[in-house]
Design a protein around this ligand. Sequence first.
Ligand code: C2O
Ligand code: CU
Ligand code: CU
Length: 496
Amino acid sequence: MTAFTRRNFLKSTAASAVVLGGVAVYWPRSSFAQPTGGMTNVLKIPPLETGRDQDGVQVYDLTMQNSTTEFFEGYQTPTSGINGSYLGPTLKVRDGSAIRFNITNDLEEPSTLHWHGMHLPARMDGGPHQVVAVGETWASEFTIKQKAASLWYHPHLMHKTAEHVWRGMAGMIIVEDQESDALPLPNNYGIDDVPLVLQDRTFTRDGRMDYNLSMHSRMMGMVGSIPFANGTYAPYFEATTTKLRLRILNGANASTYNLALDNGASFMQVATDGGFLEAPVEMKLLQLAPAERAEIIVDLTAGENITLVNVAIGGAGRGMMGGENNNAVANPFLEIRPAASLTASAELPSRLTTMEWLDEADAVKTRVFSLEMRMGMGAMMGGGNSHSINGKVMDMAHIDEVVNLGDTEVWELKNVSMMPHPFHMHDVQFQILDRNGKPPAPNEQGRKDVVMVNAGETVRIIMRFEDYADPDSPFMYHCHILEHEDAGMMGQFVVV
Ligand code: C2O
Ligand code: CU
Ligand code: CU
């Protein structure tokens, strides 16, 4: 990826193709993914939920529910959502404020809601140990201690995360702080500051999106054929300002997206998983692994439509197949239609934040995590321990790592398998020290909670465990390909 983003992304003469560092990228004109009618649906904007004040606590009521959603005219697809039929509201929270998320389970089965990227006490994390039974309400209460960032939430029930997310349960969280207040970035929700939950889904002929794992998807993760943004099929967004801020979440179960603008123009990345980069980074191609976020600023010209596309590079990732296809295909995620006259946005600041860089010399311990997959028939049939970390499959009753409060540690992530694995850990935001000994790309030099570890790669990350010790409640670390997580590519750590 590092080398790839630096290559030139040149516009070709044909409207439907661009050349990406020597690779021709074609827009499929006739496939389901891009209807001949073009992008025909207004982008849905998840409702913004700011909570209600109850004796100094911001309270948010969230109900997990089953319903149906009309993604395609005339087809009612059975789905699940939070306070709605598919996906959930965007929760706006503020650093320093005491909050309570009331989670009510109106499903027909247990589930959980996890605050991905949030620094909080483990028992409030909404992981596999905080199960919300059918008909019950669980209150997750804590004080936000977080830099301004775009986080998200999703179910995390043991062995069921993938299916519950696939059915539609996920939403974004916007954290604000004094730093974000002071920055002249677009922040008018739904107008020039737009959340984008990117996903892919597959449908049956009668419009259901059943979660049926084939042997292949059990191994590789569930990949859909149709791109969605905020649960909208073939969406467009009517922009009214010269700059548009997109808070992008890769909300897919297993797909890595390679995002670009169809005219080959560059955009500025201003934030990664855990908040602002020190300075905006100019990008032409942005790789987002499952669960990763990026905030980007796109420059718009009045009346000139542009499309955010996913460029398929070398199939499912850059692991198995390696290399790059000669003919990659791009699928459109969102068409942006600027108005005939636009309101001028403020200039982008050259500095966004100051990172407190953790020093390897302060690390008291290095832990090694080996990311493993066993192929072969036994594993394919779901019978074996096909996905593991350090030879172990997730066991809810077993604590894998014990960390001391206040310590700085280095975690060395070694991918010894044949495909990329996006590694995620709860509780903290980490920093990437190096990939195979080389510094990370500029847009990865920030606070992260997911890092792609490519096949054969060793990625070293550094983090400090602050604030919350609890010997009885573990945090998780896992591959964020949800089928891998569900298959046991997950472990537990406690902070003591
Ligand atoms: Cu996004 Cu353990 O989760
Ligand atoms: Cu998480
Ligand atoms: Cu994985």
